[in-house]
Design a protein around this ligand. Structure first.
Ligand code: FMN
Length: 170
């Protein structure tokens, strides 16, 4: 699958097959994150690859809106350098985008988890005080019988303009 196809077909996956994910795939996913754009190229991110099922279960319990992390075969915990406050969230979000699309291109799904007990996750994973949890990204093959659902996309005419706001003609 090429990059454009991955970007326009990707859907969040919250239910995962029991099939394991190779460490090499996770390395490639994180590499895609490492290659994201970042303001002044500060690369204010760190990534923790988690594959231990007990740790994944604990993380799932700490993810208020991402209990499904517990049942994923792997996860990437994304951390930001808090001393680089101006753009760190934006930079890390781009790393997340890259990782989601890279995973999708390899047949793996993920879902951004937005609500979690950041302090507890940081403590559990030994995260130093200058870093904060941005998100937990589970990764796995989509569960059989639960294909990712198409999302309602805003129509192009509602969000794309030519030359001036409100002009629908190029
Ligand atoms: C910043 C952000 C936070 C999100 N938080 C959650 C979350 O906590 N739990 C969840 O199930 N999905 C979460 N999502 C996934 C969105 O619901 C999903 O991306 C959206 O419905 C569009 O679906 P799609 O990504 O399949 O196109 C989050 C997405 C983003 C970008």
């Amino acid at each position: 699958m090429d990059a454009l196809e991955a970007m326009v077909t990707r859907k969040v996956v919250r239910q995962f097959a029991r099939r394991p994910v190779e460490l090499e795939q996770l390395r490639r996913i994180v590499d895609a994150g490492r290659h994201a754009m970042s303001a002044r190229n500060l690369q204010p991110w760190q990534f923790i690859i988690v594959r231990n099922p007990d740790t994944l279960r604990e993380l799932g319990a700490l993810c208020t809106t991402g209990r499904f992390v517990a049942d994923a075969p792997a996860a990437v915990v994304v951390l930001k350098d808090t001393s680089n406050a101006r753009w760190a969230d934006t930079d890390c979000a781009q790393a997340v985008c890259n990782m989601a699309n890279a995973g999708w291109a390899m047949g793996l799904g993920t879902c951004w988890v937005g609500n979690f007990d950041a302090a507890a996750i940081a403590q559990r994973l030994g995260v130093p005080g200058n870093l904060a949890v941005v998100t937990v990204l589970p990764f796995g093959y989509p569960a059989d019988g639960n294909p990712p659902q198409p999302k309602p996309l805003k129509p192009r005419r509602e969000v794309v303009h030519f030359e001036r706001f409100g002009s629908s003609q190029p």
